[in-house]
Design a protein. Sequence first.
Length: 139
Amino acid sequence: MFITDCIGYELEKEKSNTSEDFFNRSEVTFIDQSEEKTLHVLYVRYFDEFFQEFTPYQQNPILTKGDIQVTFKDIVALVCLIKNPGLRNRKRLYINSKQEFASYFQDIEFDKIPEIVFSVKQNNKFALHSPLDYIKQTR
C-alpha cells in the first residue's frame, strides 16, 4: 500500500443549525491494489485537547521539518489505518468516544510516524509494506 496524502482540518458551520464546528476531519489517501482510496475520519474536536495523554506529542504542530508543519489532526486517519488495516475497505470512520479514539493510538511506534508523514508531504508517497512495523510488538 502506498500512502499518498494525509491531512486534517477543522469543520466549519455551513448552516446555523448544524454542529460541524464541533468536529475535525482527518483524511489519509492511499493506493491499495492499484486503486486510490481515501479514509475520512470524523471525530469530536474536543479530543484534540487530550492528545498529550495518549501520544508523546505535547503541542501543535506535533512535527516540524523545514517549512513543513504537521498538526495532530493530520495524522489521526493515518494512525487509524495503521492500527486497523481493515479500514482500508471503508470510506468513513466516526469516533465520538474518547476511549475509542485513544485506543487507536495505543502501541503505535510514534518515533516512526515522522518517516511516513514527511515522505508523504515531500514526495507525495510512502510505501507502507506492513502496518505491523508501526505497532509495538509485545515480546
